[in-house]
Design a binder for this molecule. Sequence first.
Ligand SMILES: NC(=O)c1ccc[n+]([C@@H]2O[C@H](COP(=O)([O-])OP(=O)(O)OC[C@H]3O[C@@H](n4cnc5c(N)ncnc54)[C@H](O)[C@@H]3O)[C@@H](O)[C@H]2O)c1
Length: 428
Amino acid sequence: MTPIPPLTLACIGCGARAQTYTQLARRHPRQFQIVAGADPVPDRVEKIRRISENPTFRGFPSADAILGAGKIADIMIVATQDNDHFEHCRGALQLGYDVLLEKPISTRAAQVLEIERLARAAGKRVMVCFVLRFAAFYRKVKEILDSGALGELVSIQASEGVNPWHQAHSFVRGHWSVVEKSSPMILSKCCHDVDIVHWLAGRRCVRISSFGSLECFRPERAPAGAPARCTEGCPAGETCPYNALRYAQDQRFPWLPMVYDRAQDASVEEITAWLRSSPWGRCVYHCDNDAVDRQVLAMEFEGGVTATFTMTAFATGRHIEICGTKGVLKGGESYRQHFGTHLILLPHAGEPVRYTVQAEDGGYELHGGGDPGLVNALYDEMTKPVSAPLAAGLDSTVHSHLMAFAAEEARLTGRVVTVEDLLRKVLP
Ligand SMILES: NC(=O)c1ccc[n+]([C@@H]2O[C@H](COP(=O)([O-])OP(=O)(O)OC[C@H]3O[C@@H](n4cnc5c(N)ncnc54)[C@H](O)[C@@H]3O)[C@@H](O)[C@H]2O)c1
């Protein structure tokens, strides 16, 4: 029998996410071969070259350069920053690539719909990196729901505690702190959660309301005398939980490698010197951030199913409670840490059932095995007939994005926004 050749992978953007996906793909050499990568930072291209263990790997200095080379792989991984996804995914689709696309599909609703149109016109697959759909925890939740153990679905309450340091790293000092340069929190971070609620509800969302704001990481909250940078001798440095000098100490891993290429090898002095000019050295109260540090959503789905979602900087981990006519399912990070179980099913009649799940390691730890789960699914997904729905394809993920855009519109205007309203506003 002739062996089936592996699918070849190339990536636009060789940063943290591309490194994660390619490392995980290397675990499956019979399924994947990494053949090319593009990034303006040569060290990052070299990282992917090393991960690939492929002597014929081709490195490129930009998206334009790799797209200019024509179609040189089966799948293009688009792992650039949020605002670049549209251009890079469009370029890949136009060349005939199937695409593994980092979330969000785009930061503009009209472009999300345009990607859907282009993929359909080209007859190509786009799998969106909604890794939580592939995490052991959420797969178990979905399995329990689908088994009918909860009866008819009534309501879902979901929450995400981003974690104070993570908030500071990513949404105060980091890539997603200025909404105009990236996207609002509900898209940049919590589109995962909106997607999970939509995926579990298994039906379309009708309308959404939302409240939220940035209250804590503002100049008026700065300790007296706090300078612009933590390296400049802050009087509150000893007790401030956000002291950037911690990047050279207890907060070096996993955070520093995500933003500093020399994180593994650098001395404390070198990291301190880097903090003197890097965005991650800034006082969290003296940044240019406007991403919210709290937000709530109330959602109504078809058939009267209701849901809420709470995002807060000041808790850690995701939680979920699902109420059905036959029982309630509760679970998440606090259950795992303090009750030694991931999920508890409380039937309205009968004994509680506890579930623990085993997440495969690898990738970002807080994704609970979602990163390896997504890569494990990638081969089968990308070899399905083009017309077959993908586990995280555009036919379901576009709606999750529209929900996130509707939620932001609702937060900004104080109105209840329907997905139909949003579509009317966006469609020509
Ligand atoms: N699925 C998830 O759970 C998850 C988690 C974190 C981040 N993300 C998303 O993944 C994406 C990438 O995040 P990251 O943390 O890897 O960021 P990153 O900054 O580490 O990587 C992005 C890379 O793109 C490169 N780049 C910029 N312009 C380019 C161009 N024109 N051509 C080629 N490369 C270019 C940058 O140099 C950088 O190396 C973001 O959209 C982010 O929102 C998803």
